[in-house]
Write a new protein. Sequence first.
Lengths: 180, 335
Amino acid sequence: MTLVFETCPEGQACAIVFDLIGVLAAPSWRELCGRPDLAAWARLKVGAIEEAEFWTPAQAAAYRGALALRGDRLAFLGRLRARGHAISIASNLARAWLPTVQAGVPAGLVERWIVSGEIGVAKPDPRFWAALLRHVPAGSLVVDDQLRNCEAAARAGLRSLWVPCGAGFEDRVEAALAAG
Amino acid sequence: MGPVDYRPLLEELGMAEAEAIHVLAAAEGSWQRLVEIRRVLAVLAIPRELAVFAVGSLGRFESSAASDLDFAVVYAADALDVQAADAARHELAGQLRARGHAVLDKTFRAPVELGALLGDIGGEGDTNLHLTYRALLLTEGAWLANAAAAEQVTDAIFAAYAQGAISRGRFLSSLQNDLHRYYRTICVDYRFKVESAGKRWAIRYFKLRHARKLWHLANLALFCQAAQLPDAERDLHLATLLPQPPLLRISTSLRALGGLALCAELLRAYDGFLAALADAGLREGLDRIDYAARLEDPLFQRLSASADRFDLAAQAIVQHLWIRCNDHLVRYGLL
């Protein structure tokens, strides 16, 4: 199912807001954990604990080694940017991991980074979207692989596109932009 | 994909964990092994563009301590040259062997270029090797290194079928046909391996009767169910479900088709097979079975009985699919 909620206000330039892990980058931290601790993750992703309290230094080093952006998605973002779209990233991510991700993004490609570990609140909490809406106009397009995040974004006055997997990714984003 | 946990399914089916204890153990053991390998490889200097996958029993979350490690390496020619890919694959294999993993230089002994996998599907240059890579990366390719590059590869393979301008088919039968083709290829490959190449026959025979058949049944069930979805939802559904282990592909499809209860006996029968494969002594016993005397061999009899039980469970599922999806099976799945 592809969900597209709301529409862009007429005559107003909309930003495109991409989720990070599962959309632009991989892997999730869970994929390097024998027994993923979701309770600890709930605290880490909002900056309530430091990474050292979350897992071992060896795990931290392994995740930094594994975490990377997809080349095809960066190229797609570059094409969108060249067409005049403002690109933002809105992610549930530990603040300690942000430099690793940002190091892989070409300068000037991403206008805003809204990261849960920095703002202290995570998707799908309405306060996350309120924080995002201080930087992008209502009706901007949010692209996320989690359905509940898309639904929450729509309730906050954003448009949303659910992309649970990579099939037809660029076509679906383009269709959502055209529909706006 | 995160850890695979069959417990919610067992609960839904009213089964005790003891009835599928080897299915559960294989899923848990496979996950721990994947995580261990990922952590080792994550800190090595592997070119970022090289996609490294586990396939085979580890990629299906069905491996045991007795399982070999099949790992596949794919690269894109515009990002990496073949020498660099080959050197990296050699280094990876050495690192994994040094940590006790039984890496065999068989089907996946050399890196494969992505364009070669996709450029001649169905043509003269489309080899068994390329078909094997496409089928297995889509259905049981678990990343081992460079997850982002690995996602890119599997998306590109799916897109090669989905974006066919003329041949894709409304129900993505171009992909379904290639998966069928792979299944028939490994059935015929068995003939070559045991008749001409002198390979061990018994373990291959029982893998064909259990794991390979389960894989094929999973694809059949998934495409049957997907055919009943609205057109706009089908590709996403297929792309999301294809990487799931076969038992989950079947249960998800059967649930939607009103036949979930039929999965219980399939799970029980498959559990017996995984129990046998996890027993190193039993694997060795299989190697000693003389083909001519097989019918009197207690081990052969035991595994044959397991395979017969599995067949009965599969028959019930195929009959259900026939009732619910006969039009799809006649037009695409079987004929």
